[in-house]
Write a protein that binds this ligand. Structure first.
Ligand SMILES: Nc1ncnc2c1ncn2[C@@H]1O[C@H](COP(=O)(O)OP(=O)(O)OP(=O)(O)O)[C@@H](O)[C@H]1O
Ligand SMILES: [Mg+2]
Length: 451
């Protein structure tokens, strides 16, 4: 995890501009430099990740539409590689969908082109001030993230995690992006009898397939040019402990076969080695992809799926456990108050309304990002609607009660028509199929203008 706790006073706030149009990069860099920032740019999206991994960047300005690797792809890669940098997206094709997608994968805000530079500079200014405040409080320890919840749905998740922790069986954690799967994995290991042994993590999506095997199983002299001596892989390093295979759905079928063998035999051979190495490792894996769909498409081995998922824990999306929203909001405001030296005590009721009705496609991660930005923006003691990125305002409009009514009646209509067509027009049978009484069906049909 990269975080830059360097005192900001010692150096300038560094911004990386990424756009495939060089003129755009140059003109933005000029504007930023004139404001006293240190600006760099990349026109080739494939160079962004190496840049972020080797150089200190405080803020990323990212174009959405670029050839080959788009801005959203880059956002996902940044998340997979756990690079902690705020990202502001820029797009010529501003659509609500694009903005939602960007927020889902961790962007702080989305600006349409032509850019309103005043607003953008204001936002960057807030981040720069925030970063310097964060730098100042770097001495105080930042609490490791913990699973916080209020909802019964999460209570059930924790209960089954607790049960699974006591045994040694493999656990597969599923759920949408940002729901907290990694925190559940941490919890599982901590509560297991292996808690004092190693817990290693490997993100299968972050490593090219050619390196994955050597990462997992290690290698011996002569395995490939330059390989010297014996290098232990993650499986050996986790002996007597647990291994977390994250984003397992992104692993190639070839690597899946090797994982399957370890699970079946408790043994593997190092790359270039001949002797099998025996290990005792508890496997916890996670994915935000629909594994059954991957199996049907031939992209995931069914036998491996059964081995990995002796216990499956599904972490529900945030929108299905709204009780957690106010609770997590308070916790995150607290965290960011301390980080940025703010004194926010409450949130306005319109923000509460938006938070409860927003769909949170990026789940807890999105809520956390949204609140970090809002805390940086907020100058008073009450967080208001003006402190949220504009997209959340739109979200509120998209969810206004009239459109809700329209959408739900469209849906009801579709469901009733489908039932009637399956029962060849028999209302009695349709009502049975829908598990409602005939009168309710008639009333609904009348209301929707169906006969
Ligand atoms: N219940 C929670 N309480 C506090 N923080 C949470 C909770 N759930 C998630 N988070 C925070 O949200 C962010 C995303 O969580 P995490 O990385 O575990 O998600 P994930 O399910 O693994 O997502 P992905 O599929 O994208 O990898 C992290 O910053 C994490 O600390
Ligand atoms: Mg994860």
């Amino acid at each position: 995890m990269h975080y830059h706790f360097v005192s900001m006073d010692a150096r300038l706030f560094r911004i990386l501009v990424v756009d495939d149009e060089r003129e755009m990069c140059i003109s933005l860099s000029r504007i930023l430099t004139a404001k006293g920032y240190e600006a760099h740019y990349e026109t080739d999206p494939s160079r962004v990740l190496p840049h972020l991994e080797t150089q200190c960047v405080d803020l990323l300005l990212l174009d959405i539409k670029m050839p080959r690797i788009g801005g959203i792809d880059l956002l996902r890669m940044i998340k997979t590689h756990k690079i902690d940098v705020p990202v502001i997206m820029i797009t010529a094709y501003a659509s609500f969908d694009n903005a939602l997608l960007a927020m889902k994968f961790g962007a702080q805000n989305v600006y349409p082109k032509p850019i309103d530079t005043d607003r953008l500079l204001e936002e960057i200014g807030k981040f720069a001030i925030g970063a310097s405040a964060g730098g100042a409080s770097a001495g105080s320890a930042v609490r490791a993230p913990e699973l916080d919840y209020r909802s019964d749905a999460m209570k059930r998740v924790i209960e089954s995690a607790e049960k699974a922790a006591a045994s040694d069986v493999p656990v597969l954690i599923t759920g949408e992006t940002g729901t907290g799967k990694e925190l559940v994995a941490d919890f599982l290991h901590q509560r297991s009898p292996r808690t004092h042994k190693a817990f290693t993590k490997l993100n299968c999506a972050a490593i090219p397939d050619s390196l994955l095997e050597s990462e997992l199983f290690g290698h011996e002299k002569g395995a490939f040019t330059g390989a010297e001596g014996v290098v232990r892989g993650k499986f050996e390093a986790s002996d007597a402990g647990s291994i977390f295979l994250d984003e397992i759905g992104d692993m190639s079928v070839a690597s899946q076969a090797k994982i399957l063998r370890v699970l079946q035999e408790g043994a593997f051979t190092r790359l270039g080695g001949t002797k099998p190495v025996t290990v005792d490792v508890r496997v916890i894996s996670a994915t935000n992809r629909d594994i059954t769909r991957l199996i049907r498409a031939g992209a995931f081995r069914e036998d491996l799926y059964y081995r990995l998922s002796v216990v499956t824990i599904d972490v529900p999306p945030l929108r299905n456990r709204v009780e957690d929203i106010p609770h997590l909001t308070r916790i995150f405001i607290d965290v960011f108050n301390r980080k940025y030296g703010k004194r926010i005590r409450s949130i306005s009721s319109d923000v509460t309304q938006i938070f409860l009705s927003h769909g949170w496609p990026g789940n807890v991660r999105e809520l956390r990002n949204c609140l970090e930005r809002a805390v940086i923006y907020c100058d008073g003691d009450t967080l208001g609607i003006g402190d949220l990125p504009g997209q959340y305002g739109h979200g509120w409009q998209a969810c206004d009660p009239s459109s809700f009514a329209e959408k739900s009646s469209q849906m009801t209509k579709a469901i009733i028509l489908e039932a009637l067509s399956r029962t060849e027009g028999s209302k009695q049978k349709a009502a049975e199929l829908l598990r409602i009484d005939r009168k309710t069906l008639y009333n609904n049909m009348k209301k929707l203008g169906l006969r």
